[in-house]
Design a protein. Structure first.
Length: 315
């Protein structure tokens, strides 16, 4: 089968196309013919050896990146009852672990998949795995967003951010979102109640009495976010590298603080995302679609840090 192997950590030139053996499944797995792959910032960070996960995968041979897929079931393990041959499925495969999604076929645990809603394409489904799961788990697993909350969502035009806005509005929360001025209209169309241009406004001076912050920028933005929260509020960070000062400032306000959340593959959560997609509550925004031969271009687009919504690669 066709695959893209990471020969060594570093630049996009290390993403090498190879023909390798089609993987075999066990009794609890399915084999999927991949139709679309979503590219996430973690893909780039692992490639550059700038994510902790890279050290866990360094021994893998071949090392194949990628976790978000949508495709068709072509083989079913003996113990699998939820899926049949020909089913269209999507999910985040084996995260945190070796997903091996940059390939023509991928093995997946049945627990990491949901049926693809018929009203969306494989491109939209692949785009709605890791990023949507991150937003949902931040609001439901690591924190508990309530309909009465005022929530601040940073980088609201990005992959996680644009899903987070939609989920928070579905919950019933009052949503304040940061983005650049150029993405203001896009963010407002998602349904936010207030927009803050982070390049023009110091949000930590303009906002107060926030109940929940989804912090995806990192660095000093974490402590700035702490300042706008109510005592006993909640902050969930999506970036590693928090400091002792971050912990001290959060504890001083008695915050429920998750300094770095790790999204994980989960049956009930991916099925819930599928239900939101099917009902139209969630609508992924796809900014760029690349072919499998253009994987390097997809990585370079993510590296700009300016992607609106999602980047998807098709096979």
């Amino acid at each position: 089968m066709k695959a893209i192997v990471l020969k060594t950590f570093g630049g996009v030139e290390n993403l090498v196309h190879q023909d390798i053996e089609k993987p075999e499944i066990n009794e609890n797995q399915v084999l999927i013919q991949v139709r679309a792959i979503s590219i996430n910032p973690v893909d780039v960070k692992v490639r550059n050896r700038k994510a902790p996960l890279a050290e866990d995968l360094a021994h893998c041979n071949p090392l194949i990146l990628g976790w978000d897929i949508s495709g068709e079931v072509v083989e079913v393990g003996n113990n699998v009852t939820r899926f049949r041959l020909g089913d269209e499925v999507f999910g985040m495969i084996n995260f945190v672990g070796h997903g091996m999604a940059y390939a023509e076929y991928v093995v997946a645990s049945a627990e990491h998949l949901a049926l693809k809603p018929q009203n969306i394409s494989h491109i939209e489904a692949a785009a709605s795995a890791m990023a949507a799961l991150t937003a949902w788990q931040a609001f439901d697993r690591y924190g508990k967003l309530r309909s009465t909350d005022k929530v601040l969502i940073h980088a609201a035009s990005g992959g996680v951010g644009h899903f987070a806005v939609q989920i928070a509005k579905h919950v019933g929360a009052y949503v304040i979102a940061t983005s650049s001025a150029s993405n203001r209209d896009f963010v407002l169309k998602l349904g936010v109640d207030e927009h803050v241009d982070y390049q023009d406004v110091n949000f930590e001076q303009a906002l107060k009495n926030i109940d929940f912050v989804l912090e995806s920028v990192g660095g000093e933005n974490f402590q700035k976010s702490v300042r706008v929260l109510k005592p006993f509020g909640t902050i969930v960070g999506l970036n590693s590298g928090h400091t002792n000062d971050d912990e001290i400032s959060a504890k001083a306000k008695h915050l429920h603080a998750c300094y770095f959340m790790a999204v994980y593959s989960n049956s009930s959560d991916i099925q819930y995302i599928a239900s939101l997609l099917e009902s139209g509550v969630l609508k992924p925004h796809i900014s760029h679609v690349f072919s499998f031969d253009e994987m390097a271009k997809a990585h370079l687009q993510i590296e700009t840090g300016r992607t609106v919504g999602k980047v998807v690669v098709t096979l």
